[in-house]
Design a protein around this ligand. Structure first.
Ligand SMILES: Cc1cc2nc3c(=O)[nH]c(=O)nc-3n(C[C@H](O)[C@H](O)[C@H](O)COP(=O)(O)O)c2cc1C
Ligand code: SF4
Length: 427
């Protein structure tokens, strides 16, 4: 039986992405047509039954988020789609944005209907310039076909979608920084609470969801939450778009049912990653982007689901699976990860701004035989704890996750270059 599904990627790469009639030909807009016959509570009930977990990385239950927003009386409410896709090794939203933009537009329109919103915003990664232009065309075409704009489907519901170009900073993917950037302010995270559901875009109640989360909504409405749940794992319904990269023999985006494919299948199955390039051995894999955990071959039989990965000390995150072969030094790899965070830290708080630089300095020492001491290793551990606990936002809090998990599997490599002479130990 095939390990692939096309629950949300049906038609991707096969239809003209901006053509409404092509989209309808692959089942498009059936979800919206059904949604407008339901009450907001009924739609949210299906999202809850589906157990859709946010696909942007934090895995927050979308049904609870939607329910919370529905009960907030203030208006207007805004719908914001996080299409910043700044996580290295992650390029799955690009497939939806570039090949099935109308699926996302349909999902956002359903959200607009549920919350009685008048406007939605898609905050698109700055580098996706061609995609931004195409999205604008797709929005225009949806309006012409009465699936967007005034009096949608004759139901007296008016809703428009605007495209915002991202600022080119990783931190702008953090939902509150994203809203600041959308408002034209510096893209730095806000203090929470207040939560964005209450005080979001332009200080109004706001829904922020990832591209893949919103693109799952038409299928949830159409199939019903229970059916959607059955396709995936009992704790988290549906499918996940995964991105295989680096030393994978078949890098790319694949849609898999949650919980029914193991990490081994994802990396080695001929239908999916097909193993490693040049017949090399797997040394480790990095899940969910730079801020995600590193796993070892001993964990390959873990099913790819939010629950199973969490139990194994791993996580789904954005869906990235960076595959690394036997030639890669774990210390050199972690230096690259830490350089990324030094570059992307917004500088607002000390644990992240300075902590990443200190981590890098110690990793640099660990890469030179005899340069580091046992005290450096102890400092490394302390830094990880401080940064995780004291950083202001998710960027700093998760910057050391890769290092922390690599430590569990590759402690020998961390210790290999440490100067163990009595003088160094006493220093
Ligand atoms: C530093 C940082 C970067 C992030 N980048 C993204 C991103 O590029 N895309 C995304 O959807 N979520 C990103 N997130 C997660 C968002 O803050 C938020 O959880 C998400 O947009 C909520 O949507 P979801 O519940 O549908 O996943 C990022 C979080 C942090 C801390
Ligand atoms: S943790 Fe602090 S310095 Fe780092 S990105 Fe967040 S707010 Fe900025």
């Amino acid at each position: 039986m095939s390990k692939l599904k096309t629950l949300i990627s049906e038609g991707a790469g096969k239809i003209n992405p901006i053509s409404v009639s092509d989209y309808i030909g692959v089942g498009g807009y059936e979800g919206l047509k059904k949604a407008v016959t339901m009450t907001p509570e009924q739609v949210i009930g299906e999202v809850k039954k589906a157990k859709l977990l946010g696909r942007g990385g934090a895995a927050y239950p979308s049904g609870s988020k939607w329910e919370h927003l529905l009960h907030i009386p203030e208006t207007p409410k805004y719908i914001v789609c996080n299409a910043d896709e700044g996580e290295p090794g992650t390029f799955k939203d690009k497939v939806i944005l570039g090949q099935l933009p109308l699926k996302l537009i349909e999902g956002i329109t359903i959200a607009g209907f549920v919350f009685g919103a008048k406007a939605g915003y898609i905050y698109v990664r700055g580098e996706y310039r061609k995609i931004q232009k195409q999205l604008i065309q797709a929005i225009e075409n949806a309006k012409k076909a009465n699936y967007l704009g005034d009096n949608i489907l004759g139901k007296g519901f008016n809703f428009d979608i605007h495209i915002i170009s991202g600022a080119g900073a990783y931190v702008c993917g953090e939902n509150s920084a994203l809203l600041n950037s959308t408002e034209g302010k510096v893209g730095r995270p806000r203090i929470k609470p207040p939560h964005l559901a209450e005080v979001g875009l332009f200080l109004q109640p706001t829904l922020v969801n990832n591209v893949e989360s919103l693109a799952s909504v038409p299928a949830i409405v159409l199939l019903g939450g229970e059916q959607f749940l059955k396709i995936g794992h009992p704790d988290s319904g549906g499918t996940k778009l995964i991105c295989l990269s680096t030393h994978s023999a078949k890098p790319g985006v694949y849609e898999i049912p949650l919980g029914q494919v193991t990490l081994r299948d994802a990396i080695f199955d001929p239908e999916l990653g097909g193993g490693l390039k040049n017949g090399k051995q797997l040394k480790f894999f990095h899940l969910g982007g730079q801020s995600g955990p590193i796993g070892s071959p001993a964990q390959l039989d873990t099913p790819y689901s939010y629950t199973d990965l969490r139990k194994a000390g791993l996580s789904v995150g954005s869906g990235a699976i960076v595959v690394l072969d036997e030639t890669v030094s774990i210390i050199e790899y972690l230096k690259g990860v830490t350089e990324f965070f030094i570059h992307e830290s917004c500088g607002k708080c000390v644990p992240c701004r300075e902590g990443n630089k200190q981590l890098y300095a110690i990793l640099e020492k660990l890469s030179v035989p005899g340069a580091a001491t046992a005290a450096d290793l102890a400092n490394l551990r302390r830094l990880v704890t401080t940064m995780t606990a004291a950083s202001f936002c998710g960027l700093g809090q998760s910057a050391a996750v890769a290092l922390n998990t690599a430590w569990k599997h590759f402690k020998d490599e961390f210790e290999a270059n440490v100067n163990k002479t009595p003088a160094a130990a006493a220093a």
